[in-house]
Ligand binder design. Structure first.
Ligand SMILES: NC(=O)c1ccc[n+]([C@@H]2O[C@H](COP(=O)([O-])OP(=O)(O)OC[C@H]3O[C@@H](n4cnc5c(N)ncnc54)[C@H](OP(=O)(O)O)[C@@H]3O)[C@@H](O)[C@H]2O)c1
Length: 326
């Protein structure tokens, strides 16, 4: 089978298509013939060696959809240790969900990891309440554009999206956001307070650094910030985009809260995973959740897709058609 192999950490140039043996499943695992695999921001950081280092040579990719070889069922899989950028994956049965007939492969793979993250951050960590103001960073992104739709479906009002370009802001408006802000201009905390008539109830933060500090400033009393990540890399970038330290004194002084959310804790809980997948797929069936596909690339074009994601040139989900010739 073909896979995108990474023999060292580094830039997109370390990714190369190679012919490799199929993986061998053990108890509790199944082979899946992949149709589409997903690209996620974490893949870039793993490729660079910044987070969760992989044993090399490695195959990146944490989400895929295809047919389980054992019974031919169409399944979406989450791969905690990578392996998705390949024509065949070995999937843990407990991290696998069957895809209902009404859902396309594209929608299934785009919804499970990134939709699950958006849902978990808003509902499990953020305890979203209908009628409160919700703001979402990188709102045109893979997680962000689903978070905007989920916040609307779950009754948040107003829903405020942040995006860095006019084209991305137009997309976030099309998704139904009540207000869309440019995080790069002016006093973002003040803009958030103005857009929410006094302060945001829940802020979903995937960026870190300065944006996190401004988002905390824009919270209302009893408002919560949920972090799902930041830009890894260290150095000067860490101050601009890294994790932020928050003192309990600052939280108490304004009656605000901070939480984190990691999809791994959903994936490891079978009941939670299937419950959230059902909820996401049901919202998709009702037309309340539609994943936007930014582009679909071949295995040979994965490096280009990584560059596009790193340079903020994408909106929505990036997919890999593992059987497409470049
Ligand atoms: N905790 C979890 O379980 C979990 C699971 C999945 C993803 N995540 C995290 O969620 C975030 C979004 O992931 P994604 O795959 O959906 O990516 P994405 O949002 O599609 O892409 C990243 C976006 O971040 C924004 N951004 C802000 N500052 C940036 C910078 N300095 N460099 C690059 N981009 C910057 C850009 O949007 P603008 O141009 O509009 O600013 C960019 O398009 C990532 O931080 C990822 O690690 C966490």
């Amino acid at each position: 089978m073909k896979a995108v192999l990474m023999r060292s950490t580094g830039g997109p140039e370390v990714l190369a298509v190679e012919q490799v043996p199929e993986p061998v499943p053990t108890a509790g695992q199944s082979l899946v013939d992949v149709t589409l695999a997903g690209v996620n921001y974490d893949d870039l950081e793993r490729r660079a060696g910044d987070v969760q280092p992989l044993a090399l040579p490695a195959v990146l990719g944490v989400d895929a959809v295809g047919h389980r070889r054992r019974d031919g069922r169409r399944v979406a899989v989450l791969l905690r240790a990578g392996g998705g950028y390949a024509q065949v994956v070995v999937a843990e049965d407990r991290y696998t969900v069957e895809v209902p007939d009404y859902l396309s492969d594209e929608q299934a793979v785009a919804l499970l990891e990134q939709g699950g993250t958006a849902y978990g951050a808003l509902m499990l960590a953020g305890r979203l309440r209908a009628g409160e103001a919700v703001a979402v960073s990188a709102a045109a992104g893979g997680v962000g554009h689903l978070a905007i739709q989920l916040a609307l479906a779950l009754g948040a009002n107003p829903v405020i999206g942040l995006a860095s370009t006019a084209a991305k802001r137009a997309l976030v408006t099309e998704l139904g956001a009540h207000r869309v802000l440019d995080p790069g201009t002016g006093d973002l905390g003040a803009q958030l307070r103005e857009a929410s008539s006094g302060g945001v109830g829940l802020f979903l933060d995937s960026v870190g650094g300065e944006l996190t500090r401004a988002a905390l400033d824009g919270l209302a009393p009893f408002g919560r910030l949920v972090s799902i990540g930041w830009r890894a890399g260290g150095g000067q970038a860490a101050d601009r985009c890294g994790p932020v330290e928050v003192s309990t004194e600052a939280l108490v002084g304004r009656s605000i809260g901070c939480a984190g959310f990691w999809m791994r804790h959903v994936v490891e809980d079978r009941q939670l995973l299937t419950g959230i997948a059902d909820e996401l797929f049901d919202l998709a069936k009702r037309g309340q959740l539609v994943a936007r596909i930014d582009r679909t690339v071949s295995l040979a074009e994965v490096g280009q897709a990584h560059t596009a994601l790193a340079t903020r040139a994408t909106a929505g989900k990036i997919l890999i058609d593992v059987n497409r010739e470049p």
